[in-house]
Design a protein around this ligand. Structure first.
Ligand code: SF4
Length: 373
């Protein structure tokens, strides 16, 4: 378990929680037990389900995750089923959730669990941390929620709640502040109900102690809160400066043919590397900066020249990149072959189930719209 951060005892001693940790835990837990949402991964007593839900919930909202989680559990009900699947199936199930690295880590970790842990998730923090893609947050969540260990967790919601409760100033991502947040989480977690306590903290941050307008009058721990006492709780945590967004340019060609299965589209796996590695996309050349790639560069990807017509342009914003894509459309004969074997034809009606990224979906939608105008 992580050691308490420097100054945590001072922060606690100077707060309204000092000497009243039990009362703080009781107030938070009674609220949680009264108000918690029924969610398909809660109370199921299955560490695999906890793990999947926690990975899905990183960077994705609860309402979106519910459906994905249920479909995922129906398709991969346990670690063995996930380990036995191929990557394309895994990415297909994840398609639309974004941040595909999470799905690849789940898949790789499932294989490790089957090969090295007899198919059971490790039940200690240290064991969990050895799995691909399992960092301190996920390990703490699984350890506390699924195995009842008094492990701390810190996510964006917990940071916001703690920054306000304990008036922690400065960049919340700084090493010193991260130490404080983890130290506080460790000092406050209720050893009798660690999973519920951690979920309660996150739920408080998601539903009550929200970024712009915290509902302090409904907050079960208001009497302990320095932010509330200051009259300006939303001033904390300090907003970190965003790093500059990099421009990128791409050219994508939506190649179609009339095949045996009706209209078909040409797709291939994106080159390794980057967040979307392995996802299927239309033939695309993309580069950093504001210089447009040439259509000929896409032709050399395909190993043949295609007659393509420009049909539009769209903008897609990733976390730190703003990508402008010029979209071209080309129809080829039903016997067309390509030098590179990675390209394959997908019937148009099956495209929505294929492992395509949100960007590829947008490009497809845009090319469809223009077809009908
Ligand atoms: S009192 Fe307000 S600022 Fe403090 S934890 Fe509750 S909701 Fe957040």
């Amino acid at each position: 378990m992580r050691g308490a951060g420097a100054g945590v005892s001072e922060v606690l001693a100077a707060s309204a929680v000092a000497g009243r940790v039990d009362a703080f835990q009781r107030a938070l837990l009674s609220w949680f037990w009264r108000e918690r949402r029924e969610l398909p991964w809660r109370g199921v007593g299955d560490p695999y389900a906890t793990w999947v839900s926690e990975i899905m919930l990183q960077q994705t909202q609860v309402v979106t995750v519910v459906d994905y989680f249920q479909r995922w559990m129906a398709r991969f009900p346990d670690v063995a089923a996930l380990a036995a699947a191929n990557e394309e199936e895994v990415l297909e199930q994840w398609s639309g959730l974004g941040y595909y690295r999470r799905a690849r880590f789940l898949h790789r970790a499932a294989k490790v669990i089957v090969e090295e842990h007899g198919g059971e998730l490790p039940s200690t923090l240290e064991g969990l941390r050895t799995l691909p893609g399992v960092g301190p947050y996920t390990a703490g969540a699984i350890a506390s929620i699924a195995f009842g260990l008094p492990a701390p967790i810190v996510d964006g919601n917990v940071i916001r709640v703690f920054a306000r409760l304990f008036a922690i100033e400065g960049d919340p991502r700084s090493t010193a502040n991260q130490k404080s947040f983890w130290g506080l989480a460790e000092a406050l977690v209720d050893p009798q109900n660690p999973g519920d306590f951690n979920e309660a903290l996150m739920e408080l941050g998601a539903r009550v102690c929200t970024p712009r307008s915290p509902a302090c009058l409904l907050c079960p721990v208001r009497e302990f809160c320095a932010g509330f006492a200051s009259g300006e709780p939303e001033a904390l945590p300090e907003v970190a400066r965003r790093s500059a967004v990099k421009p990128m340019r791409a050219v994508a060609v939506v190649v179609t043919r009339q095949g045996r299965r009706g209209k078909e589209l040409l797709v291939g796996p994106r080159d390794a590397g980057g967040l979307l590695a392995g996802m299927l996309e239309f033939p695309t050349v993309e580069r950093e900066g504001k210089r447009w790639p040439k259509l000929d560069e896409v032709a050399s990807l395909l190993g043949m020249k295609v007659v393509a017509e420009e049909v539009g342009e769209l903008t897609h914003v990733f976390s730190h990149r703003r990508l402008l894509t010029r979209i071209f459309a080309a129809e080829v004969g039903s016997e067309a072959t390509f030098a590179d074997e990675r390209w394959r034809w997908v019937p148009e009606r099956e495209l929505s189930q294929a492992a395509i990224s949100a960007l590829t979906r947008k490009i497809y939608e845009r090319s469809k719209q223009l077809e009908t105008t």
